[in-house]
Design a protein around this ligand. Structure first.
Ligand SMILES: [Zn+2]
Length: 122
């Protein structure tokens, strides 16, 4: 098992094995990083890694985890941000009998950005 020398912000240089390190690769941005827990102080350390470093670590046997940004980041945001009045209105709506039917009809009839018509902001 290969020995890897890395740097802990608290302890300085520390020696690790390939089993102690994990490479993380974001498939959305293609940015890589590596992470380990310092064997001395137990601090969780994560550092960015150039593609060359990712290749060297993975080829020496370090586990690779590929992840991606959540799909919600690509959703189109519509309407104004939610404010305290919106939350209060929603709370009051939830106190009424049949609130689920009311909310369901709002979603079914209006699509995204629901129930936040511009008429009450005019
Ligand atoms: Zn440390």
């Amino acid at each position: 098992m290969a020995t890897i020398r890395a740097s802990c912000p608290e302890c300085g240089d520390v020696e690790l094995t390939t089993r102690d390190v994990r490479v993380l690769l974001c498939s959305t941005t293609n940015e890589g990083s590596y992470a380990f827990r310092c064997p001395t102080c137990r601090l969780a350390v994560s550092k960015p890694a150039e593609p060359r470093v990712v290749d060297v670590l993975v080829s020496s046997g370090v586990r690779l985890s590929v992840w991606h940004m959540p799909a919600e980041l690509d959703e189109a945001k519509q309407g104004a941000p939610i404010n305290y009045d919106d939350i209060l209105s929603f709370h009051e709506l939830l106190q009424q009998d049949g609130w689920l039917d009311t909310v369901t009809s709002m979603v079914t009839n209006s699509g995204p950005g629901v129930g936040r018509g511009t008429e009450d902001q005019a």
